[in-house]
Ligand binder design. Structure first.
Ligand code: CA
Length: 235
């Protein structure tokens, strides 16, 4: 461990005076009114997705906007997405990329990614996005085998939770130093903090969170946006 790095592991009582606010409906609405700049095509895709089963899997508009800002801050040109669903986050990212920017998307559910591709075309970003309909571990491994390690700027992981640990390792390999991986659902509706919850998904997320907490290959922040988003910057 480097001399400047001290891990704070809370023991006993925790000072709650400056913890993140719980957003009630009014305050959440205020946050959206005061800050959301959702392009029409993203709004249309969000409304389309809301009609579908599993609509809850879609990232919130403020999270999409946050990710687009991160992509711009990074000056990202090459992005990865593990878990495309109906393509909202990929579209938010693609719209933030420069003309020559590229996003590789991984998913296995053509029924949802058909919707994604329709809206990517509507937005005129379909040339920026390459969709691989195959298990993401295979797609990411193929990129590594093709010599693309250390070449991506940004990765978003939002897929089957029991594979999160493998996705994290593969994405970290593919990122350049200074690149960022964002991992979704790290608070898992609060279940990660419930010691009596030992469902496979909960355990997988908890184990990855524990691992990343002391992973010295990355600088980190666990951001309580949406269902919790860990940002890990490759050193
Ligand atoms: Ca998610």
């Amino acid at each position: 461990m480097s001399a400047s790095c001290v891990f704070i592991l809370p023991t006993g009582s925790i000072d709650m005076s400056n913890k993140t606010l719980n957003l009630d409906a009014d305050l959440y609405r205020y946050l959206q009114l005061a800050s959301l700049r959702e392009p029409e095509v993203l709004q249309a895709l969000r409304e389309k997705t809301a009609e579908l089963p599993l609509a809850v899997m879609q990232v919130s508009p403020e999270q999409g906007q946050f990710m687009a800002l991160l992509v711009r801050l990074l000056g990202a040109r090459r992005c990865l997405e593990v878990g495309v669903f109906t393509g909202y986050s990929a579209l938010a990212v693609a719209l933030a990329l420069p003309k020559d920017g590229r996003l590789v998307g991984c998913d296995i559910e053509a029924g949802y990614t058909d919707v994604a591709q329709r809206y990517w075309r509507k937005a005129g970003v379909e040339d920026k996005i390459t969709l691989h309909l195959a298990p993401a571990v295979d797609t990411l491994q193929a990129l590594i085998d093709a010599g693309e390690s250390d070449s991506y700027d940004f990765a978003f992981i939002d897929a089957d939770k029991t594979s999160y640990r493998r996705y994290y390792e593969q994405c970290l390999t593919l990122l350049r130093p200074g690149g960022l991986v964002a991992i979704d659902n790290v608070l898992w509706g609060g279940a990660v903090a419930d010691a009596s919850n030992n469902e496979a998904d909960t355990v997988a997320i908890r184990e990855l969170n524990d691992f990343i907490a002391t992973d010295e290959r990355v600088d980190i922040s666990m951001v309580p946006i949406g269902d919790g988003l860990t940002l890990a910057r490759k050193r």
